[in-house]
Design a protein around this ligand. Structure first.
Ligand SMILES: [Zn+2]
Length: 283
């Protein structure tokens, strides 16, 4: 029985179009009880192609229910609580100091990757609670981390960068346009995030030849592009596209095609993932 469009939209929106396990783009609706005729919202979970294959191979329905609930809750909470317009100035001064300390440490722990990853993750709460000015500080620190990509950043560190950069720059839905009118602060934050994504994708391709690192950078760029496209932020959209193009020019063939795919997919999300790239990402 063909799946109803409304149901697909409901699941997409609840999961913010992301895989419940890893936050990559969700490509596949997985039937938890393996019965495609059971088209209840509760029986469906959105997964990326990697995790969808994993779910088909091994029984993990219970885990998926738990992870899905946690992810839906996170998406709901993020949407329900818009960031404060402004923090009290004393509090902000303290938090800015904290974030700058983390940035300083990032600058000076050059290739101790687990430490770098830990520092990146410690920025996340500041992004979650911060106003636009504090989130800009967080993005500056992420920028410092992104500059380390070429020194041999492993995929896990790049993934942490993607997760924190995306959560810092994008608070709203990636499925439906934002109702908010004033997004001036968001614009510069989105452009900074796009730059972070560009550096990771570009350096991952040019210096590391690591497709998973390119993928992490491309994910940041793709989320910015999708959000900008959805909300008609034309300047941000143009900036993200320029970064995609610049990163592609420095990339070997498979990475270049992956960047092309991610760019197209961000605005027209029905493209098929190229098989050979899928294989490499699965490793
Ligand atoms: Zn996944």
């Amino acid at each position: 029985m063909p799946i109803q469009r409304k149901l697909v939209q409901a699941v997409d929106d609840a999961a913010d179009r992301s895989c419940c396990l890893c936050r990559r783009r969700g490509d596949h609706l997985h039937y938890l009880n393996r019965d495609p005729d059971d088209q209840r919202f509760e029986n469906l979970v959105l997964l990326c192609f990697v995790h969808h294959e994993e779910a088909l191979r091994s029984p993990m329905a219970e885990d998926l229910v738990r992870v899905r609930a946690a992810w839906y809750e996170k998406v709901r909470a993020r949407r329900a609580q818009p960031p404060p317009a402004q923090l009290p100035s004393v509090l902000r001064a303290i938090l800015v100091h904290e974030v700058r300390k983390l940035r300083y440490e990032l600058q000076h722990r050059s290739q101790d990757w687990p430490v770098v990853e830990g520092l990146i993750r410690r920025l996340q709460p500041h992004a979650d609670e911060g106003d636009a000015a504090l989130r800009k500080e967080v993005m500056d620190a992420l920028d410092v981390a992104a500059a380390k990509t070429r020194a041999g950043m492993p995929p896990e560190t790049a993934r942490a960068l993607f997760e924190v950069a995306a959560a810092t720059a994008i608070r709203g839905s990636l499925v439906v346009p934002e109702p908010r009118k004033n997004r001036d602060a968001d614009r510069s934050l989105l452009e900074s995030a796009a730059y972070v994504g560009f550096v990771v994708a570009h350096d991952g391709a040019k210096y590391l030849h690591s497709l998973p690192v390119v993928d992490a950078g491309a994910n940041i760029l793709a989320m910015v592009l999708r959000y900008a496209h959805l909300n008609k932020l034309r300047r941000v959209e143009a900036r993200a596209r320029t970064y995609f193009e610049k990163a592609r020019k420095q990339a070997a063939d498979d990475a270049a095609r992956w960047l092309q795919f991610k760019e197209a997919d961000a605005v027209a999300p029905d493209a098929a993932i190229p098989d050979d790239v899928a294989r490499q990402l699965r490793e």
